[in-house]
Design a protein around this ligand. Structure first.
Ligand code: GAR
Length: 188
């Protein structure tokens, strides 16, 4: 069994979709969800799904090694960032080389980098009157949104689109493709 840990910071629609997609799969399973904001709605989703969820704060990620110990104790094979908004600490990158996957709600390298997450991305895309946006699923390295791209999917935008309607189009792409791309990557 290939064990996934999902890291999330907020709502958790991607974490839920991935958990449901692999439910009952005999090769890949979501072992746990880790979240870094105490009131993140993803914790409620995890509970409803019956997936173990654990909160870790800044010191656990960057100072005392608690997150890495947790992942190793549970024998996690791959780490999935699903709306996780902190830079991945170095000890995790070393322990999981090319085994951490992120989703970004834009067509990288456009609209990436520090501060470019969630709704901020869609606001910038609309402000620049882009004709298209999309999702990028990529391997994580020590920089924000820079690692090797595994997959991109696009959606068309019109003059009528608002940040909210762009978010909805991106959400559809994320739900459709993220679990499938994870599956392909971890099965090699
Ligand atoms: C998703 O759109 C994801 O692509 C984005 O945050 C949202 C999380 O939604 N990630 C980033 O912006 C990372 N830079 P969710 O919590 O409902 O899955």
């Amino acid at each position: 069994m290939i064990k996934l840990a999902i890291l999330a910071s907020g709502n958790g629609t991607n974490a839920q979709r991935i958990s449901e997609y692999f439910h009952g799969n005999d090769k890949i399973g979501v072992d746990c969800i880790i979240y870094n904001k105490k009131d993140a709605y993803v914790a409620k989703r995890a509970q409803a799904l019956g997936v173990p969820a654990q909160y870790f704060g800044r010191a656990d990620f960057y100072e005392n090694g608690a997150v890495l110990r947790f992942l190793q104790e549970r024998k996690i094979d791959w780490v999935i960032l699903a709306g996780f908004l902190w830079l991945v600490p170095e000890d995790l990158l070393k322990a999981y080389p090319n085994r951490i996957i992120n989703i970004h709600p834009a067509l990288l390298p456009k609209y990436g980098g520090k501060g470019m997450y969630g709704h901020h991305v869609h606001e910038a895309v609309v402000a620049n009157k882009e004709k298209e946006s999309g999702i990028t699923i990529h391997i994580v390295d020590q920089y924000y949104d820079k690692g090797t791209t595994l997959f991109q999917a696009k959606c068309e935008l019109s003059d009528e689109d608002t940040p909210d309607t762009v978010a909805e189009k991106i959400h559809v792409l994320e739900q459709e493709y993220f679990p499938k791309v994870i599956e392909k990557a971890v099965l090699g």
